[in-house]
Design a protein around this ligand. Structure first.
Ligand code: ASP
Length: 328
């Protein structure tokens, strides 16, 4: 029994370029990361290290993450009591949610990274890795799905967001707050998230499930929205406030909703889109009458993850609608 550590790159594993200027690139592997964390030896169990792919998190794909889930599953079946993944923070809120939707085990799947690279004073990677490993090793982490452990906070994948471009406190769950904290090295869970899963898709089917995300902005250009939707099999709309768009866009979105699922979310960053409060053309109630699917509390990025997995899994419109009613 031990913790399986998978490394993917990102700031946590970056160091100075050999002979180069002040820029950092990925140079550290899992053994280097573990060696930089004094407390890790006190974990009381072995760390089984797997270096996967040292890429910036912007380069990660659904296929990468599903392959990682497969590898992590094998580690759990071989006896690991939990999994830690280090990766870049930029896409971590999305990868965590993707994992959470398909992770079939009670063993914790913990993702972490760093905001300050190892060449900077106060680099946060070692502390984040230690807190993540402690959470993965703890019985308290079981049954909670994918977790993001960062800055001594424990966040549920369902709710976590990257909220700041540089702060070490960037990860937050605006709708709920963290579900726990690592206190004096001990993971303390305050509340357990409700877990909802989706069927694991065939990775090849992802190519046939192109889902666009469009954020509605002031003086929106409907032609641009139509162009974005043209090559898509599904569309997520990040609307204003509670789920509103300019009235000129309402007809187009209704037409698109006749040929593919169009999910309505809010661009605000927290809170739910509404269902039956506003009645103007382009309001949430109007858009639903035109066939848009209500994304509820799912933020646009997470809605896109869910919709793509559903489409890749062969879900029809009724199944997509039912899934968003459940997850949203
Ligand atoms: N650009 C980096 C990445 O996501 C940022 C980070 O790791 O925090 O790979």
């Amino acid at each position: 029994m031990g913790v399986a550590l998978f490394t993917l790159g990102g700031t946590i594993s970056m160091a100075g370029r050999t002979g180069g200027g002040g820029e950092v690139v990925t140079r550290l592997n899992g053994a280097d990361l573990a060696a930089a964390v004094p407390g890790l030896t006190g974990l009381g169990m072995p760390l089984d290290i797997h270096d996967i792919e040292a890429v910036p998190s912007a380069n990660l794909t659904f296929a990468n993450i599903l392959a990682l889930v497969d590898s992590a599953s094998r580690a759990v079946r071989a006896g690991a009591c939990g999994v830690v993944v280090t990766q870049g923070t930029d896409t971590l809120e999305e990868t965590a949610f993707l994992v959470d939707l398909v992770w079939p085990h009670t063993e914790p799947f913990v993702l972490t990274g760093a905001m300050r690279n190892p060449t900077l004073a106060g680099a946060d990677g070692p502390a984040n890795l230690l807190a993540a490993a402690r959470t993965a090793a703890s019985p308290a982490g079981r049954g909670l799905g994918a977790l993001v452990v960062f800055n001594d906070e424990i966040h549920a994948a369902r709710w976590v967001r990257k909220t700041h471009s540089t702060s070490t406190a960037t990860f937050a769950s605006p709708n709920t707050g963290p579900i726990g904290h690592v206190v004096e090295g001990r993971p303390r869970i305050l509340t357990a998230p409700v877990r909802r899963r989706t069927p694991y898709p065939r990775p090849e089917a992802l190519d046939e499930a192109r889902v666009a995300l469009h954020t509605v902005t002031l003086d929106e250009d409907a032609e641009l929205v139509a162009a974005v939707a043209e090559a898509s099999h599904g569309l997520v709309v990040a609307g204003f406030g509670v789920g509103h768009v300019p009235s000129e866009l309402a007809g187009l979105l209704g037409t698109l909703a006749e040929r593919m699922p169009v999910v309505l979310t809010s661009r605000t960053g927290s809170g739910s889109v509404l269902r039956h409060t506003y009645g103007a053309v382009g309001s949430e109630a109007d858009l639903q009458r035109r066939g848009l699917i209500n994304g509820g509390l799912l933020d646009p990025y997470k809605a896109r993850i869910l919709l793509r997995l559903l489409l890749a899994g062969g879900a029809d419109r009724a199944a997509v609608t039912a899934a968003f009613a459940d997850h949203g």
